[in-house]
Design a protein around this ligand. Sequence first.
Ligand SMILES: Cc1ncc(C[n+]2csc(CCOP(=O)(O)OP(=O)(O)O)c2C)c(N)n1
Length: 342
Amino acid sequence: MSISSQDARQEGRYSFDSFDSQLLKRFLKEMLRIRVFEQRAEELTLSGKVVGGVHLAIGQEAVAVGVMMALKEEDYVTGPHRGHHILIAKGLETSKLMAELLGKETGIVGGRGGSMHMADASKGMLGVNGIVGASIVIATGAAFTAQYLIRDQAAVAFFGDGGANKGQFHESLNMASIFKLPAIYVCENNQYAVETSVEYSTAAEHIADRGAGYRMPGVIVDGLDVLDVYSAAKEARLRAGSGEGPTLIEAKTYRFKGHSIGDLENYRTREEVQEWMKNDPIIRLKLSMEELGLLDENGWNAMKTEVEQEIEAAVQFAVNSPEPNVETVMDHNFSAEVTEHA
Ligand SMILES: Cc1ncc(C[n+]2csc(CCOP(=O)(O)OP(=O)(O)O)c2C)c(N)n1
């Protein structure tokens, strides 16, 4: 099910006029950076240069960008296995992310994590990871830390509709609510968990409806509309910062590509994919900006060229970087100290 931005505007959830053109250009450029990064990541994977599994978020760019633009830089973020869009929107360098994909020494975690295990705690990015549901628990812990240390920080968990059906979701939302933690739970409902559709796996009509069970707002946004996502995230961040507690945001979105590269996609029709692609979040914002005279052909081409050059430089950096030194292969994998209990 899709909710169009037309609906969002008619319902008065946001007004296009309240956004200045510079901010709109930033939304557009950030989404484009993610898209081009992902397209190159796909090519590199198909040509055998990438180590490990890769899950693309092409189509889901608006969720990460909309949420991140509403946050403070120091806020904590966690994400699931499908996380390139989240990492880029959080401000991690595309060159280090690309090098990590290729398993290189210069990668964001020294080439040890690959696509599914990237992090940079110095930037509040506590990591994406391959355990479905884990991002929810880690962000809840981070929100607890922020509250305990009386820091003006919020913690955001991104997870999929599959993640929302794990026990961790329920335990975390309950705890966050009773403690009024500064947490924001962002469910990227891209309609499938591997091959299982959300209609089959999920009893609730909307995952957002579960917010009521934990006495927190459950907000549905059009996940293909960056401004709708941003508006809801801004409100959630205000709630978190003013001690009102957590918010659950369900972004109705779609992954335009398969679950991972190589997925045969037998579980959905081409027509269904094409229908959703008509709402491509990048094209939609571009067209709206053009209609309003905020972007012209030259502006768009200049933006595209700049983004393509950045990502091409990231690819070159990654390709030309050294492999990790085999002597150090065990470093950073295990805790240096283990406390033994009797
Ligand atoms: C705890 C756990 N169970 C199962 C898996 C296998 N698995 C990997 S991705 C995935 C589906 C996740 O779906 P969703 O949360 O909707 O995210 P999406 O892939 O749609 O982005 C599953 C079941 C896993 N990685 N971790």
